[in-house]
Ligand binder design. Sequence first.
Ligand SMILES: *Cc1c(COP(=O)(O)O)cnc(C)c1O
Length: 342
Amino acid sequence: MIDLRSDTVTRPTPGMLAAMTAAAVGDDVFGEDPTVNELERRTAALFGQEAALFVPSGTMSNQVAVRVHCRAQDEVLLEATSHVYLWEAGGPAALSGVTCRPVDGRNGLLGVADLADKIRPDDPHCVRTRLVCLENTHNRGGGTVQSADAVGAVTGWARRHGLATHLDGARVWNAVVATGVPADRWGAMFDTVSVCFSKGLGAPVGSALLGPRDLIAHGRRVRKLFGGGMRQAGFLAAACLYALDHHVARLAEDHANARLIAAAVRDVPGLALTPPEVETNLVWFTADARHGSARDVADRLRAGGVLVAALGPNVLRAVAHLDVTREQCAKAAEVIRNLAPV
Ligand SMILES: *Cc1c(COP(=O)(O)O)cnc(C)c1O
């Protein structure tokens, strides 16, 4: 099977496993795991941030960020199809008493014009607008990249209005590689940044929240509250360090492989790329009635040896990643091209 469902299905490479078993470890809840400490130092520095907090998942990283920026009765402005809003199980409300205000974007991207009239008045009837959260690259938007200039316009506006800013950068590495804009430029535009090592970078577990020293110290207490304090987590951090050294630049291969798959989707009548251009490793597409449902499409591709994700009644996603080669993606493209209507 050629598994294109997600960039989270990767297994550690032999080199990564060797780095994990060789890791020096200690009790990270005591702050004594040297490998976690090194990962936090390096990742913060890479994004030009003061400090970092290693956490088990991107969801926890985002939710710790919401908690350190907001208090109960605050509101976060975010895009209507963002991960924080759609796919984190209602975390802001459940964990922090925070209201989400979803704002419609274009392919997941928000501009100042979308946000300018969304700040609540200082009125006891209202929640307090407190945080703007962007996602880059944007998953549901199609793996789309928001340019550094466009991001800077939003975060600059937010700062001028006294709002905190957070980047859900689960795939910010893909934005770095796709644009050539270095990590520290993205990092400098936000108060906090969440990054994942377990998506395109191929680590089995791990994300990090990056930000100013005082916020990250607060976040450490929140991580404990949320049950995310881990002990000899250096075994996991070692995989993440290995990924930083070996799996960032190669994301360009995933982007090229995704374009190969996208070209096949484009050739099939009744399938449509959404959006029409693929910028990174995610290929989102829809199937019209000729093909039945998304489930039907996924079933027929599975019969041809290709796994894709059915993520809506007629919405599908195929993802290029570390564990699928150029040859496998070319093979998958052929299977897609031969997809016959039901
Ligand atoms: C996967 C993902 C997350 C959360 O990651 P988990 O580690 O699965 O909790 C956050 N944001 C985006 C955009 C993601 O794709």
